[in-house]
Design a protein around this ligand. Structure first.
Ligand code: NAP
Length: 250
């Protein structure tokens, strides 16, 4: 059977660890040439690239801080240099920080909005410039918090609600150019980011597990197959949708 992403070139932002790294590995296994973007973790990005290459796939690591519009152009120029074109953008790079309203600062707001929303928009703008006549595919990693909106997460939840609104709006704007735009709303996933923030072993994790029909939090490879599906022709008549991949939690 032929691979689902054979001949495609995918840029995955924030792919040096967590959900992004799993998406990069799964897309490469389906034949895509993958750009593994990172901001600081060169070792992590190199590990992902080596894993892909050791399995016979194609990948390069490209450093770019997606919260800085000036660095996004370079990310796509490097992609063109390495693989000649761009077909798929996975807007995965994102940060999550929690704060009660009384302790909130403009920095807390701007840090998350600059990456999760502005970075996603600017990366999409740049990708669209590079997509060819056959169109392209944008997959945004949102979150269940876009609608669940738990306490102490007003800013993070707002960034992800914005991601879902952007997904819907861009799908309509870009559909005539054969560009599909969808989002994935994961539930809590055990990633490096979740572990280092302490929420991996918190009371919150226990509460989430208790409220999740499938009774556990997710792993990165629970999310990646959905990204492959959305990038492939299997989903060719799907655009503007947000998919909850969360063990039934919402
Ligand atoms: P993670 O383990 O913290 O990894 C984050 C990735 O993003 C790393 O590769 C990191 O690279 C990269 N990154 C951070 N800032 C960046 C920047 N300014 N420019 C480019 N790359 C940057 O994260 P994760 O838990 O896998 O989350 C990934 C996405 O899923 C995020 O959008 C998050 O909001 C969403 N999400 C996560 C969960 C969850 O429970 N884990 C649930 C729902 C949604 P460096 O290490 O090089 O900085």
């Amino acid at each position: 059977m032929s691979k689902k992403l054979e001949g495609k070139v995918a840029v995955v932002t924030g792919a040096s660890k967590g959900i992004g790294s799993s998406i990069a590995v799964h897309m490469a296994a389906e034949g895509a040439s993958v750009v593994v973007n990172y901001a600081t973790s060169k070792d992590g990005a190199d590990r992902v690239v080596n894993e892909i290459i050791s399995k016979g796939g194609k990948a390069v690591a490209v450093k770019a801080d997606v919260s800085k519009p000036a660095e996004i152009e370079g990310l796509f120029n490097e992609t063109k240099k390495a693989f000649g074109k761009v077909d798929i953008l996975v807007n995965n790079a994102g940060i999550y920080e929690f704060s009660p309203l009384v302790e909130m600062t403009p920095e807390h707001f701007h840090k998350q909005f600059d990456l999760n929303v502005l970075g996603l928009l600017m990366a999409s703008k740049e990708a669209v410039k590079h997509f060819g006549n056959n169109g392209g595919n944008i997959i945004n990693i949102s979150s269940v918090v876009a609608t669940l909106a738990p306490p102490n997460a007003s800013v993070y939840s707002a960034t992800k609600a914005a991601v879902n609104a952007i997904t819907r709006s861009l799908a309509q704007e870009l559909g005539p150019n054969k560009i599909r735009v969808n989002s994935i709303n994961p539930g809590m996933v055990e990633t490096e980011g979740v572990k280092s923030s302490g929420i991996g072993e918190s009371e919150m994790r226990k509460q989430i597990e208790a409220q999740t029909p499938l009774g556990r939090i997710g792993q990165p490879d629970d999310i990646a197959p959905m990204a492959v599906f959305l990038a492939s022709a299997d989903s060719k008549w799907i655009t503007g949708e947000s998919f909850y991949i969360s063990g039934g939690m919402r």
